[in-house]
Design a protein around this ligand. Sequence first.
Ligand code: HEM
Length: 297
Amino acid sequence: METKYFLIATLLILSVGCEEFTPGTVDVDAGRAAILAADQAWSETGGDLEAFISFFAEDARFLPPDGPQANGRDEIRQSFSALAALPGFSLSWSANFSDVSSSGDLGYSVGTFEMTVDGPDGRPATRTGTYTTVWKKQNDGQWKVVSDIPNFDSPAAQATVAQDSTEEQQESLYDRLGGLAPISVVVSDFIAVVVPDPFLNENPAVDASRTRVPAPYLTYQVTALVCQATGGPCQYGGRGMLESHAELYITEEEWDRMVVLFRGVLAKHSVPEKEAQELLDIIDSTKADIVVAASGE
Ligand code: HEM
């Protein structure tokens, strides 16, 4: 009997000891800090999809606000690579709260995020939201995401245009430039300085085409192109940039010279800096099709 009571007493002491011991080993504050640190490291993976995915546990769940649930890393990778492929995609977030269970191996972070993709008008549109991410400590001590639940603050239709939010700035470049009349004047002046430019005409193919292709034709076509590209009502009907410049073997230096001439015309007409830059961006978007010859050729 004595032995029996001794055993019971020993078990009681041990079990009470265990209860006191377990919570004492879990440093909840350290757990919270570790989750915040993991969340921040996760947010710093930038555009590296694989690094981003590596923060998910193998059997994690992703519950997007406007898409099907993704179960497991492979489905999550698919879900995010589709998102990352959207034009102008970027995602950033920051946690503002975390907590951890008394067992010390389960916790969550809460924060806000910002996602940007190009809108239908080609301009970046940003949506904001909040998220809850559930973290589980793995056998190796690393915290991994087991469930990620983002929510948008507002429906997609209310996405705000990131760079310009005022009504005036949302006008098309065509309207901000004043429409077809001022555009045609700028283009006409541009063609007038480009066509006789001695540096450009040192290129024999360019020089030869000057006698073949009338300057007013170029003025007409480039005006229609700029009108259309800036959001105006024109329909460009000429040849594509690749086809029309393929035989000219235009070099980087010739391209740079053309940009200098274009900037000069923009300055002459006091085109505001923002609109001038947007026009230069449009010109620049054609460069890969126009510059085909390596420098010095
Ligand atoms: C260094 C730069 C450039 C040079 C030297 C150049 C020169 C020329 C020449 C010689 C032609 C006549 C080609 C032919 O039919 O034989 C041409 C056509 C044309 N270029 Fe350029 N170009 C340059 C850049 C650009 C840029 C940046 C644009 C517009 C963004 C542009 C728009 C056009 C258009 C619309 C045509 C007429 C296409 C057609 O035949 O339908 N060019 N260019």
